[in-house]
Design a protein around this ligand. Structure first.
Ligand SMILES: *Cc1c(COP(=O)(O)O)cnc(C)c1O
Length: 375
């Protein structure tokens, strides 16, 4: 018997495949769709998710750090693997050993790659990150010409691509992405005239809302996992085929009990019963990614109906009100995220309760619980 948790994350590989195909369709034929599998594929499991995307044609994968890239290779992932956050000079050898593509934004790391390239008698293709308006990582547009000239001086370094990132592509009506895109076009012309230079700037919002910005490659994250970057608004706006959320979070009722009026519930008694109340105790807490900010706010599904969280969420437990739900017993399935009966709690809804975005909900749940893949 294998020891398993009460809590289980289920990931639908069919949904992941559907989303990848849909994104490929939206981006257009010939545009590469890079799967962002950083943060353990937004909580869906990096190696498993990469494998599913590869099965429907994905040949480009993005991660934050070199350690994740090495893990991908060790799991047998082929194709291009991009490391987006940079690296320490002593790690440059790994980019050759595991055939990983670095994103470059400073000369020091390019120099360390060049030294490694000389030592090995090899070349390293790098992509150049330009900050065209995100205000985050990347060299500034006015630095591009000098930087490119410096890179061209470095033996063994080949500029294979140039990229930028949108800060507001989730804002359907904003002009900002158009402005940033035209700046990007100017900058990428300066990075090289070579037609083989791979240009990429679009994230999920770019592909879905600004399809003219898809260039040679797009970097899709949240959409591959079934969510719109602007949440429920985006899903409702969608008139065609919709993205399908791939993750659900299932647990079990530990205990059912009825308490009298005026009973304080959980630490700090932040909830006092207003009448005789039936409660179910669930083995899920903030350690399992159920944010404490959902105390007295969040809802879960039991027997297809919504039960509100009462009192503070603890480390491994929370308490929900089942007064309006008939026949609940210990051992019953409780759904934190996903469908049950005719209802469904989405990552967008939980994110709204938390004042956050679906991205955070998926990472919190997915990366703190046991995961199982199924069709
Ligand atoms: C995470 C990330 C993406 C993907 O963004 P989504 O909004 O999830 O599609 C694209 N590009 C970069 C540089 C990223 O860090």
């Amino acid at each position: 018997m294998s020891l398993t948790s009460f809590n289980q994350i289920r990931v639908s590989s069919a949904a992941l495949r559907h989303n990848y195909r849909l994104l490929q369709q939206r981006a257009g034929n010939g545009v590469r769709v890079l799967a962002m599998v950083k943060a353990d594929a937004y909580g869906h499991g990096m190696e498993e998710a990469a494998d599913v995307f590869a099965s429907v044609g994905c040949k480009d994968f993005g991660v934050a750090e070199i350690g994740e890239a090495v893990r991908l290779r060790s799991a047998g992932v082929i194709g291009n693997v991009f490391v987006f956050l940079g690296f320490r000079p002593e790690e440059s050898g790994l980019f050759f050993e595991y055939d990983i593509t670095p994103i470059i934004y400073d000369l020091e790391s390019a120099k360390s790659l060049s030294r490694e390239a000389l030592k090995r008698g090899q070349e390293k293709v790098v992509h150049l990150k330009v900050d065209c308006g995100m205000g985050r990582l990347g060299i500034l547009p006015q630095e591009v010409e000098t930087f490119v000239a410096d890179l061209q001086e470095l033996p063994g370094i080949v500029i294979g691509g140039v990229l930028s990132h949108f800060p507001k592509a989730d804002e359907y009506d904003s002009q900002h992405s158009f402005e940033q895109f035209s700046r990007f076009e100017g900058v990428s012309a300066k990075a090289g005239k070579d037609r083989s230079l791979v240009k990429h700037i679009a994230n999920s919002g770019g592909v879905l809302y600004f399809p003219d910005t898809c260039c040679d490659m797009v970097r899709a994250g949240i959409s591959l996992y079934g969510y719109y970057p602007d949440g429920r608004v985006g899903r409702e706006r969608e008139k065609g085929e919709k993205l399908q959320p791939a993750m659900s979070f299932i647990t079990r009722v530990l205990q059912v009990k009825t308490v009298p009026v005026d009973t304080g519930i959980s630490y700090g008694h932040t909830y006092i019963t207003k009448r005789e109340t039936r409660l179910a105790v669930l083995p899920v807490g903030y350690e399992d990614g159920l944010s404490r900010s959902l105390s007295n706010i969040g809802k879960v599904l039991i027997r297809g109906k919504r039960a509100v969280i009462r009192g503070r969420i603890c480390m491994n437990l929370c308490i929900v009100d089942i007064s309006e739900i008939e026949g609940v017993q210990s051992g019953d399935e409780a759904v934190i995220l996903g469908p049950q009966g005719n209802d469904c709690i989405s990552g967008d809804e939980i994110a709204e309760w938390m004042n956050s975005i679906s991205y955070e909900v998926l990472c919190l749940f997915g990366n703190n619980n046991e995961r199982k893949y199924r069709e």
